[in-house]
Write a protein that binds this ligand. Structure first.
Ligand SMILES: [Zn+2]
Ligand SMILES: [Zn+2]
Ligand SMILES: [Zn+2]
Ligand SMILES: [Zn+2]
Length: 794
């Protein structure tokens, strides 16, 4: 997904293998990115572009006038099955394929408003009703929609607007004798019901996630850092030849302290893990992807997407986001949708970075890149070129020339400030020499193809800043994009979110971390890697926050994990991953320790002695670890017992899924007794069983018992993944949900009758919210397992 699709990859690799040896050598030994780009670009033939164009057609990104009806009908089917979520997404797809001010778009909006209404999304429902009306919703269908509008307003406690809508409805009925008696009767009944509801309605309390998200958004950096504005004053930017640029603590830091808060320079939403449509039977795709559920600009989750007017691919949470995206980059990207999906997210980010930069700092960028192109005949190594482009930039002001002798930290501006801007992005290392010649060729050819399309579409505007003889401006643009694509290999940051699975009725939902987008964060890229980092990263929209996950002493380096974490991978595997993706050998504390300590099995896979309970040791035959005990047993025997137990647990889960929590509990309690006789108390399966029990008790509404089991599961998770892991966060979040549901259940049966009762309930409620807040914070931490960030100058 980050790289181009496989078909294009193998096409380019084959092209590479058929090139004359001398051409291969020229490209392989090219000293600068400009040379690599210009040589490769000359080799891009019209038939290559044709091939790529055909691949791009596999993605349906244009508006198809026949699609809205199809999606509306599919949506109606889901609606009838009461799958309102599924219906909403299908109506959204219909909306994104409709042209503005058509019957199609107004009908899709109206239908979506009905689905949203059933999902309890009243605000969104109201917005969709407005959109339906704006796009010309048919008069004869109005009454039903107005009734829905009134109902939303009543539910939201907006009484005045509600009664206005109700009286409008009444007068329009009076004016419409076309209504049949039966229709009139139904409407009258509904109106009466609504009026009564409006009178009863008390103000609505804020829902659990909304309250917490708000609390989280209020988090700010403690003190402004003069040198790195996105970092707190507790850290400072350093540089040395060994570590490159890095951050250190300037004072003692406590766990949880916010160290960096940075908005992505750019981010691109991942289209989702689905193959292009050409592999499917149906012309239109009914599957749900991230692209249907998250704003393509701010990455907020939304059910009521607002589509781009020009394409069916880009969707946003609001008109504001749509307009911003259009002004910054989508006006160029809109017609390139299929090509960008074919070339992959890295190419897309590369293009978007240059588009955003043009508006931010256009002439400066061009000058820098011209410096690089001008130097292409001098065969200077890339590092030198970087320094030159930087000093060239400094030389722009003649009185600053004296400072050239002592260049500031790369990526900083004249005042030594390191900001999250294009200058900083530009100075992230592309590690050109570490990529294979084929990979460089693939990237260069992909970017060339993109440039040709940009040229054909008339997307680039010549700037006056280009000195004559420095190559065309489009080439400069191409070199910049090639550089970004190569940088991303080591510097891309996965932006993740938590997706909830499982039914709505299940009060303890399961969740998994999914990758939502890829972004560039120049400040986070300053952090070096450790397999046992002292920070963790989390995201709200496109904003990343880095918090201390443990105490960090003054002078210690701030470290971040690029993915291979010690709790998930053994040292050898981590080393291999880091070497292949980030081109370095890790020598962090965890790697050093693992090298020296004997390879003892992890506690979460350990067996225990059936007579004394001590941990068993050994390979094929396990012997009790206690010196006073002589118990021994074959590993095979224990493994087959473990498998039996897993099967039983699987059956219990099935019962749970089929709404038979009592049966599940019976079975699980038996499993627990069995487990005690041979598994360590910290075995993963023991933890999982506690978790299942918690779910079963929650299904029965026994919050107390549920919480007890969840707390036991929490202990096991902590042993395996550490106190600040994302796994731990998930468990804590579940616990918070339990407390919340528990207190709500209590609240509904025991309505406070006097002030003293209310107070009594209020206090634990606050404490539970505190726990929930903590849980959410932890549960949003951590980075993606595959592609986190890389800093520079190793
Ligand atoms: Zn948005
Ligand atoms: Zn568009
Ligand atoms: Zn390590
Ligand atoms: Zn023993």
């Amino acid at each position: 997904m980050d790289l181009p699709v496989d078909e294009w990859k193998s096409y380019v690799f084959q092209k590479w293998s058929l090139l004359p040896k001398s051409t291969q050598v020229t490209i392989s030994t090219a000293e600068t990115l400009s040379d690599i780009f210009l040589h490769s670009s000359l080799l891009l033939q019209p038939e290559d572009e044709m091939f790529l164009q055909n691949l791009s057609r596999g993605y349906l990104v244009e508006k198809d006038p026949n699609a809205p009806l199809f999606y509306r009908e599919e949506g109606n089917k889901k609606f009838q099955q009461k799958d309102y979520m599924g219906a909403t997404v299908l109506y959204s797809k219909g909306i994104s394929h409709s042209r503005p001010h058509t019957a199609d778009i107004s009908l899709c909006y109206a239908n979506r408003s009905a689905a949203l209404f059933h999902l309890g999304q009243h605000e969104m429902c109201l917005k969709d009703i407005m959109s339906a009306q704006m796009h010309g919703y048919p008069e004869r269908l109005q009454p039903k929609m107005m009734l829905r509008k009134a109902e939303c307003l009543v539910t939201l406690g907006r009484r005045q607007e509600a009664s206005q809508t109700i009286s409008d409805l009444e007068s329009s009925f009076a004016a419409k004798p076309t209504l049949t008696a039966a229709q009139f009767q139904i409407l009258q009944t509904n109106l009466c019901r609504l009026k009564m509801k409006a009178q009863e309605k008390e103000s609505l309390t804020e829902t659990f996630p909304a309250a917490l998200t708000k609390a989280l958004e209020d988090m700010d950096l403690k003190g402004e850092n003069g040198q790195v504005p996105s970092a707190s004053s507790s850290v400072s930017l350093r540089t040395d030849p060994l570590r490159g640029r890095y951050l250190v603590a300037t004072k003692d830091i406590l766990p949880g302290e916010l160290l960096v808060k940075e908005d992505a320079f750019v981010s691109v939403l991942h289209p989702g893990e689905m193959p292009p449509l050409c592999h499917l039977e149906s012309k239109w795709d009914t599957r749900v992807t991230n692209g249907d559920l998250y704003c393509h600009r701010c990455l907020d989750h939304t059910l009521a997407t607002v589509p781009c007017d020009g394409c069916s691919y880009a969707k946003y949470c609001s008109h504001d986001c749509m307009q911003q995206a259009w002004d910054l980059y989508h006006s160029v990207e809109c017609s390139l949708g299929g090509l960008l999906l074919t070339l992959g997210v890295f190419c897309h980010i590369a293009l978007r970075s240059t588009l955003v930069a043009r508006f931010e700092d256009a002439s400066k960028v061009i000058r820098k890149l011209c410096g690089e192109i001008r130097n292409r005949d001098t065969c200077s190594p890339e590092r030198e070129t970087l320094v030159q482009t930087l000093t060239c930039d400094l030389g722009g002001e003649s009185e600053n020339k004296g400072k050239m002798l002592e260049p500031p930290v790369p990526g900083c501006d004249l005042n030594g400030k390191y900001e999250s801007n294009y200058n900083a992005v530009f100075h992230l290392l592309p590690h050109t020499g570490n990529h294979s010649p084929e990979h460089r060729f693939l990237c260069a050819l992909s970017v060339s193809a993109l440039c040709r399309r940009l040229e054909a579409a008339g997307c680039y505007k010549p700037a006056a800043a280009v000195p004559p003889g420095s190559g065309s401006e489009l080439d400069v643009w191409g070199v910049a994009m090639l550089k970004h694509v190569l940088q991303l290999h080591c510097n891309a940051q996965a932006i993740t979110t938590i997706q909830h699975t499982g039914s709505k009725e299940n009060s303890v939902t399961n969740s998994r971390q999914v990758r939502l987008a890829t972004g560039i964060f120049p400040v986070i890229s300053l952090l070096n890697h450790s397999c046992s980092p002292n920070t963790s990263v989390s995201f709200i929209s496109t904003v990343a926050t880095v918090r201390a996950s443990q105490q960090i002493g003054k002078g210690q380096e701030i470290l971040h994990c690029y993915g291979p974490h010690q709790s998930r991978m053994r040292a050898a595997e981590r080393q291999q991953k880091l070497r292949s993706q980030y081109f370095f050998d890790c020598s962090c504390a965890a790697c050093q320790n693992e090298k020296h300590s004997a390879a003892t099995g992890p506690r979460w896979e350990a067996f225990c002695c059936r007579s004394c309970g001590a941990l068993m040791q050994g390979d094929d035959v396990l012997i009790c670890g206690s010196t006073s005990c002589t118990e021994s047993v074959s590993r095979d025997h224990l493994i087959s017992r473990l498998q039996d137990l897993q099967q039983q647990v699987g059956m219990a889960r099935k019962l749970l899924r089929n709404d038979k929590p009592e049966g599940a509990i019976q079975l699980l309690l038996g499993c627990q007794r069995d487990a005690q006789s041979f598994l360590s108390g910290e075995h993963s399966l023991v933890g999982e069983m506690e978790d299942d029990l918690a779910q079963a008790y929650a299904a029965l509404g026994d919050w107390q018992k549920s919480a007890t089991h969840l707390q036991k599961s929490l202990q096991v998770v902590e042993v395996r993944h550490g106190p600040s892991s994302v796994e731990m966060g998930h468990e804590l979040f579940k616990l918070a949900q339990l407390f919340f549901n528990g207190s709500r259940a209590l609240g509904s049966t025991l309505k406070p009758r006097g002030p003293h009762l209310g107070q009594k309930q209020g206090r634990p409620h606050l404490r539970q919210l505190g726990i929930a807040l903590h849980a959410i914070r932890m549960f949003q931490q951590d980075t993606d397992k595959s592609i986190p960030t890389r800093p520079l100058f190793l």
